[in-house]
Design a binder for this molecule. Sequence first.
Ligand SMILES: [Ca+2]
Ligand SMILES: [Ca+2]
Length: 383
Amino acid sequence: MNINFKRILSSTLAVLAIGGGIAYSGAEGMSDIFDTETISAYAAETKNYNGLEYVEYALDTELQARIVGYTGTEAVLEIPAIIDGRQVIIDSNAFNGNTIIKKVTVSEGITHILSGAFANCPNLEEINVPASLEIIMLNSFTGSDKLKFTGDGVPTIVSTMATSWCLDNNIYSITSSDTNLKYYQRAVKIASELKKDLTYDSSAPNQGDAASVLNTLKATCGGYSRVFYHICLAAGIPEDCIKVVGDCHCHAWNYINISGDWYNVDVTNSIYFATDANYAKTMFNNTNTSHAYHTYSKWYNIGNVYWGDGDQDVTLLSTLGVSATTAKGDVNGDGSVNVFDLSLLKSYVSDTTTTINIPAADWNIDGNIDTTDISELQAWLVG
Ligand SMILES: [Ca+2]
Ligand SMILES: [Ca+2]
């Protein structure tokens, strides 16, 4: 009895330790489930169902079967949503450290995968998660580096992890009455912090998948761009202002719309907020045959923003109306960079209600538009 109480308590503490128990989807229900006062009865013993060890709980009127371990020998298994008439909860560390399981299907109807549940499973290659999934913990899958997420619950996995990442990196602390500036500053911070967090690893399984990369932090360009996309969404940037784009399977990066103009954000290569023109100039020399794909006419909007196994469902980037005319330093957006831009930049720094092209004004791309940008733009103009 005492053991079970400790289990509940440790789960409660784990919830509190991660993000303060806020901002997770379904977080309101979480406090109810972990409120030890509301649990009216539970069995003291551990039961077994096809190798799934579980303990019985009653939460108000709901009878629960909380999976706490696995003694089975099957590498491929399906976890049912109901055991002995009870709602299944995949409890903390249920499969932690298991070396046998290879593929797990979490049945439709299951809502919780708790702390460390599938952590440190070196041979776990796939987990199929259901649309009913509401709650995971940030460390539910940590250390399972071969893991690929499939199924209708993937959006929940991705959005939950992306939200947690934003909390960890204080993205939500960036506020501004100017919405465009707020989105820009959040995007700058996401790009720079993500670059530090992710490791480029072309040998990592699933390095192009959003959920897998958020779990392992190992990625190639597809993973960098998909993760940047989902974190931007979690940061509040509107879906129609952020894109994953590619160039016919050679490279992937992002487009983001700030103040009405589209910019390239290439986290993989640390090239942020370039226009088509200066991105191409920086990245791709089209006289180099190895970059034959990197021409505007072959840039695509990638429809599949979750998985890296092919970018079917592509639409031509030209449908986005991407402009190649605006350049870094073109504060007034007239297509050239000159003293009029410097003058407008000075006006903005003294009066931030002045209308400007925000990414173009942040000359040094640090997320702030200030006297440093004035002095550096002035120095560049003087030559
Ligand atoms: Ca200008
Ligand atoms: Ca700046």
